[in-house]
Design a protein around this ligand. Sequence first.
Ligand SMILES: Nc1ncnc2c1ncn2[C@@H]1O[C@H](COP(=O)(O)OP(=O)(O)OP(=O)(O)O)[C@@H](O)[C@H]1O
Ligand SMILES: [Mg+2]
Length: 304
Amino acid sequence: MTLDVICFGALNMDRLYKVDRLAGADEESIILDFRETPGGSAANTAVGLARLGVKVGYIGKVAEDRDGKLLLKSFIDEGVDVGGIIISKTGRSGAVLGFVDQKGNRALYLDPGVNDTLEFGEINLEYIKGAKILHLTSFAGERPFKAQKNLLENLPPEIKVTLDPGAIYARRGLLDLRPIIKKCYALLPSEGELRLLTSEEDYRRGAENLLREDVKIVAVKLGEKGCYITNGLESHLLEPFRVKVVDTTGAGDAFCAGFIYGLLKGKSLRECGILGNFVASRCLTKMGARDGLPRLADLPSSLR
Ligand SMILES: Nc1ncnc2c1ncn2[C@@H]1O[C@H](COP(=O)(O)OP(=O)(O)OP(=O)(O)O)[C@@H](O)[C@H]1O
Ligand SMILES: [Mg+2]
């Protein structure tokens, strides 16, 4: 089976603890509630694409532990192909521990686990053959970052690369990220990430900077202001869909799913942005990054 989109990023089990208050050094605090969900930015986007009927696969790494099994199972259940996932005999799968107090203040701890041991030599290049889009998100460690750079150097030119840098890659700055950015067809940062990446206050100017790096399309996620999409010839500031916001977790990942779906279907720039806004808005109506992700039949027929 040829896959249309391959997502490549960290795989994490997200453990979210609701606490009475965030504990400081030498303090203790009580856990009130606990929720565990499979996550990872590219993984959430892969699930979003699968829900929309896209043939999607994944490059990533898990350990042979409980979390690894659950991460794989969540993909299989959602119809995301797992043939590109490396299973490590040793180590532990990636995890994010989150602590949220009653006011919504968060403390997050990232345990990269075997994500950080992923190397270029472990990637099956045959797996990517025939794909139309390769979507990248960040890794915390140096080794998988190098693996992504190496992969892009060895990529058939007909595969379009999209990147959601997240804060981790945005913080690296343009100089460090340039080997990846130079190979990108579309960049999908949030407003804050674009600022970190380019040091430009204004997102329009930030986007222009990226277009000068040979990126063809920049889609800036603007939170409750929607999104700004430009290819240098046309630019669109697109209003978000108004919904009752339950939880913003994963809205950016959902946006990427909608936007990439549009790219894959040859939609106009404007339609791609609207699709991103739409899929993100559905995600906002449910707790967590995946529950609200829409199916193809949920898309307005004009956008399908
Ligand atoms: N309050 C809101 N109402 C409607 N849509 C929203 C709202 N907040 C976010 N969105 C939608 O979600 C998209 C992504 O949100 P945001 O800009 O916060 O991304 P992000 O910072 O990458 O999120 P994440 O934390 O999930 O990575 C926006 O572009 C917009 O389409
Ligand atoms: Mg994001």
